[in-house]
Design a binder for this molecule. Sequence first.
Ligand code: CP
Length: 309
Amino acid sequence: MRHLLSPLDFSLEEVSHMLKLAQDIMRNPEKYSHVCDGKKLATLFYEPSTRTRLSFEAAMLNLGGKTLGFQSADSSSASKGESVADTIRVVSCYADICAMRHPKEGAPLVASHYSRIPVINAGDGGHNHPTQTFTDLLTILELKGRLDNMTIGLCGDLKFGRTVHSLINAMKRYPNVSFILISPEELKIPQYLRDELLSENYNFKEVSNLDDVMGELDILYMTRVQKERFFNEEEYIRLKNSFILDCKKLENAKKDMYILHPLPRVNEIAVEVDDDPRAAYFKQVQNGVYVRMALILILLGLDKGMLEQ
Ligand code: CP
């Protein structure tokens, strides 16, 4: 049985297959509308979510399956002290596959050790968010026609932003990709990630000014300052508006530089940018459904032969 805990759990060939399947679903949705008839997806969300939970549910419904689950730890028996290990043993009796979001890094990994059904990490603390990353890859592939030979700027909260950590790990596997990491000093990438990039002689630089590097970027990945991960509210208030992307700042960007954001956004992208043809964050949201449909099929072993039909 297969789980998805990190974007690196899939080889490059498997990522390529998953993206092809997602593109086929995007172009031929009716072909997939009954593939999961009789199957159930459980969504176990110990942390708030709009996109990830609802897109998983939409994905299973689009495939003909059904969904069940909880939206917060408070509305589950976690509030009475039930462990993740016991919860997943129980949910394994009710569903065929599950997506779990948890504030603690590694909670979905623990669940996978006790589960009788595939576990998908839907975001664990500041660690990983593999299904968002695959959504980002599909969006970049659709917009640029490739995943190699590009410069990606990641801007904002690079310390706590799990989507950033997952995306760096996923994109560094493609040839000639370089990263420009744009953040205040306090929100730079974690040291373990910097050490990995350094030990691999990876092409990256860390800067604090977005304007200085805007013209170099093929993709600008904006992120929210992750209020929920701060221990000190004053520090959050001081840093929360470190970067605000507006139309003026985009004047120096390439005409084909696309703007991604995992959302939710707070202030870091001005609403006026939404009308710029390079704003791709709502396309990302739509792509998240296709990617999660593809992942459900792959993890349930229902993808075999679908691309040949
Ligand atoms: N991108 C993302 O994970 O959004 P939600 O927190 O709304 O699921």
